[in-house]
Design a protein around this ligand. Structure first.
Ligand code: NAD
Length: 504
């Protein structure tokens, strides 16, 4: 068993294989959202700190790139074993700083661990292509080579899983990595940095800079960083994408979401309601794949809303570490109040408030950032509660007369991360899958997050860039293809040629 000291009250950066204080001397508070108390301070990196991390990553790159693929895979295998041993400890850190329930945190860490399992297969994944005799006596092959120093910038809502979407794949491909995790949830990745070191990862291959816009902008402007992966809100994703493009960096920037679930009248309504309750209110709605908008078609609407009301009122809300909780607090006081503001706005705009989560109190946790579950019916696409990503425990129901109308509504929304349909009709499900303009689709599956050996990503305002994360698209993002054409002129050396060669 891997024994570790408690996470320090003051969290440093992690550069060149060791904890490193931020030279900026600027710190930020880290809260336990269930108590509302500051539990730690995190060092906030400036441009000089980012430069220090880049230098460490650059210095480590040549040897790591040239390490055999098997050696890199074996480091991942040892990391995998250490993650499994430390699964619960990591999940506790996630719950402490994010607020989600411990079983939910365990599940999210597990989904991250699965990306490490995928990265263990890198010897197979990096195999190139080979064609003999593309011309007489001429062969062509491709190699996938590491791109260099990569950076990852991640959101608060998955402190362990989203970083693991990125760095295991990048490192296994032979890159070195700088992670800028959300400053609200810095501890889980510090533990992972220690585990990577214990797994035998050379110093400088994995580095962490904490911080906010200052650290992010230093990453985007640093000429030593070749590729940037970002996951967060849409406005910041657009900024990351545009700045990286301007600076000539490879970029994938995953943004926000408004995920719709379409429920047809032929669906098992009880099954759909259970699925929607978990997908809408799990992790207090702070998931990029949360279902936040239900499109109830025809006769599905009334019985569905009645069931959602009953189930939303029954949800157990409290500290994430307590047994039997369904939902924890929101991430900050400001965010909780912003979400409550959307409930006010929905009422003003004429939506029907079915369940009101405002003013919800958890006994003994008066300072915690809690909010109850909220359900709106009769929402229309013109309302702010529909147009904005609320990112809280607010589920809205829109009504449509036909499947066609529901599909048109989903396709008109600028976000396109995930969506789901609930139906017993194969024909309706197939039409939905075919016509819907969304990156990840569930058929009777409310949160269709792809497993690690497929790739994760949305369309439209939910992803700026071309390649999704992990799976084969992740391998493509973190490598460059080189095409090599070979001839061995041992026999009939041709005369110099001055025209475009046409091999034959
Ligand atoms: P955020 O955009 O506020 O922050 C994301 C990262 O960007 C953080 O590391 C943060 O420090 C940094 N950042 C914040 N403001 C910045 C600025 N002005 N300039 C540069 N960097 C800045 O997002 P968040 O609140 O941490 O996370 C929630 C959002 O993330 C939601 O919109 C959610 O949908 C989205 N998200 C998307 C996915 C996905 O896969 N598409 C997954 C998880 C979360």
């Amino acid at each position: 068993m891997n024994k570790r000291a408690e996470i320090a009250a003051s969290i440093p950066l992690w550069i060149d294989g060791k904890p490193t204080p931020a030279t900026s001397k600027r710190t930020g508070p880290v809260y336990n959202p269930a108590t509302g108390q500051v539990i730690r301070q995190v060092g906030m990196a400036n441009a000089a700190d980012v430069d220090m991390a880049v230098k460490a990553a650059q210095a480590a790159f040549p040897a790591w790139r040239d390490a055999s693929i098997l050696r890199r895979a074996r480091v991942m295998q040892r990391f995998l074993a250490l993650l499994q041993e430390n699964h619960k400890a990591l999940a506790r850190l996630v719950t402490e700083e994010h607020g989600k329930t411990l079983p939910d945190a365990m599940g999210s860490v597990q989904r991250g661990i699965e990306v490490v399992e995928f990265a263990c297969g890198v010897p197979h994944l990096l195999k190139g292509e080979y064609s003999e005799n593309v011309g007489t006596g001429v062969d062509t092959h491709t190699v996938r080579q590491a791109v260099g120093v990569c950076a990852g910038i991640t959101p608060f809502n998955f402190p362990a899983m989203v970083p693991m979407w990125m760095f295991p794949v990048s490192i296994a491909c032979g890159n070195t990595f700088i992670l800028k995790v959300s400053e609200k949830v810095p501890s889980a990745v510090m533990r992972m940095a220690e585990l990577l070191k214990d797994a035998g990862l050379p110093d400088g291959v994995f580095n962490i800079v904490h911080g906010d816009k200052e650290a992010v902008d230093a990453i985007l402007d640093h000429p030593g960083i070749a590729a940037v992966s970002f996951v967060g809100s849409t406005p910041i994703a657009k900024h990351i994408y545009a700045t990286c493009a301007k600076n000539g960096k490879r970029v994938q920037a995953l943004g926000g979401a408004k995920n719709h679930a379409v429920v047809l009248p032929d669906a098992d309504i009880e099954f759909a309601a259970d699925a929607l309750i978990g997908a809408g209110y799990g992790s207090a709605g702070e998931r990029c794949m949360a279902i936040s908008a239900v499109v109830a078609v025809g006769a599905a609407a009334d019985p569905l809303v009645a069931l959602l009301e009953k189930k939303a009122k029954a949800i157990k809300i409290g500290p994430g570490e307590a047994d039997g909780m369904d939902m924890g607090p929101l991430i900050t006081r400001e965010h909780r109040d912003k979400v409550a503001g959307y409930i006010d706005a929905g009422i003003k705009e004429g939506a029907k408030l079915v369940v009101d989560g405002r003013g919800y109190k958890v006994a003994g946790r008066d300072e915690g950032f809690f909010l109850g579950t909220t359900l709106f019916d009769n929402v229309t696409p013109k309302m702010k509660v529909y147009q904005d990503e609320i990112f809280g425990p607010v589920l809205i129901v829109l009504r449509a007369d036909t499947l066609e109308e529901a599909i048109a509504m989903v396709n008109a929304n600028p976000y396109a991360n995930g969506t789901a349909i609930f139906t017993e009709s194969g024909g309706a499900a197939r039409r939905f899958e075919n016509e819907i303009q969304v990156g990840m689709v569930g058929i009777n599956v409310p949160i269709p997050v792809p497993v690690a050996f497929y790739s994760f990503g949305g369309w439209k305002n939910s992803l700026f860039g071309d390649l999704h994360v992990h799976g084969i698209e992740g391998i493509k993002f973190y490598t460059r293809t080189k095409v090599v054409t070979t001839r061995w002129p041992h026999q009939d050396t041709p005369a110099p040629g001055f025209h475009m060669p046409t091999l034959g």
